[in-house]
Design a protein around this ligand. Structure first.
Ligand SMILES: Nc1ncnc2c1ncn2[C@@H]1O[C@H](COP(=O)(O)OP(=O)(O)OP(=O)(O)O)[C@@H](O)[C@H]1O
Length: 279
């Protein structure tokens, strides 16, 4: 399996007059890649995952090369379907082009893997939250997707099922699939994710998860003085009392502190505090 999918200048908003949720998103996703998306609440992660999965079309821009088959686990799985777990999965297998027999076998195999074989005959509407989430994950994996999109898919699964999903992700990648995911736990697949992006202010920026930062609060020789650290990557903000707060990668903090203290006239350092970049 060798393919490459591309997003070019993608923007999205809900409704014509609605605010732009995403703007100018460029992204390449290739066979074998594991992409993690991060960002604050409501930043647009789920929106981007739906665009990747092809559930929604972008309002502007272009998405090309999206492979098939695709699997998608939404943040909220519609559980109130009038089918049993096995019936639903078998039906979806048929939609993906499997024979009735092969679809039934795939349904059983995935229910078994996620420890849900005992719910095979249970109506979807009667499943527990965890049971329903296992079906949500099984339906996405059923057809061996080339592109797997997981929106908080581990949430609600028991520990064994979470580990099983980790294995299923590794299998998809080994088979030449790509996986894009969002998860609130920064440790999820942390060793495997080879691309990490943050959705922030509607744009997509490359970013390592939860980098260690240092917040330095300093007072200049005058209230309007600008800190003598032009290279500070994350910039600085001025507090109401005229002091400035610089947030810098932990590795740069010694150099920034030195620059402040070596300045003439020197700056007064009020506090130095380690912080973590929000996940
Ligand atoms: N169907 C919709 N109609 C209108 N607005 C929507 C719709 N879906 C999402 N939004 C809005 O788009 C913005 C981004 O939502 P989205 O769910 O993509 O963010 P998110 O980063 O996944 O958030 P969270 O971490 O809270 O799940 C939010 O302001 C949300 O209210």
């Amino acid at each position: 399996m060798s393919w490459s999918m591309r997003l070019e200048g993608v923007g999205h908003r809900y409704g014509l007059g609605g605010p732009w949720i995403l703007r100018g998103v460029d992204l390449d996703l290739r066979a074998g890649r594991l992409l993690r998306l991060q960002g604050g609440n409501g930043s647009g992660k789920s929106t981007l995952l739906r665009l990747l999965a092809g559930i929604d079309a972008p309002s502007v821009g272009r998405i090309s090369g999206r492979p098939r088959p695709r699997g998608y686990v939404p943040e909220r799985f519609p559980a109130a379907l009038p089918l049993t777990a096995r019936g639903y999965l078998t039906h979806l297998g048929r939609v993906h082009g499997l024979s009735r027999r092969a679809a039934g076998r795939a349904a059983d195999a995935w229910l078994e893997r996620f420890g849900a074989a005992e719910y095979a005959g249970t109506r979807m509407s009667e499943l527990s939250k965890g049971g329903s989430q296992k079906v949500a994950v099984a339906q996405a994996l059923l057809a061996g997707p080339a592109l797997l999109v997981l929106d908080e898919a581990w949430t609600g699964l028991d520990q064994a099922a979470r580990a099983e999903l980790d294995r299923a992700v590794a299998e998809r990648l080994a088979a030449g699939g790509a996986v894009a995911f969002v998860d609130h736990d920064p440790r999820r697949l942390a060793d495997a994710a080879d691309a990490v992006y943050r959705v922030t202010d509607g744009t997509l920026v490359p970013g390592a998860p939860g980098r260690a930062l240092v917040r330095i609060e300093a007072e200049g020789p005058t209230r309007a003085a600008e800190p003598p650290v032009p290279g500070t990557p994350r910039g600085w903000v001025r507090a109401a009392d005229g002091s400035v707060v610089l947030t810098v990668p932990a590795g740069d903090s010694d150099a920034v502190l030195y620059a402040l203290l070596a300045a003439r006239p020197a700056w007064h350092i009020r506090s130095v505090r380690p912080v973590r970049e929000a996940g």
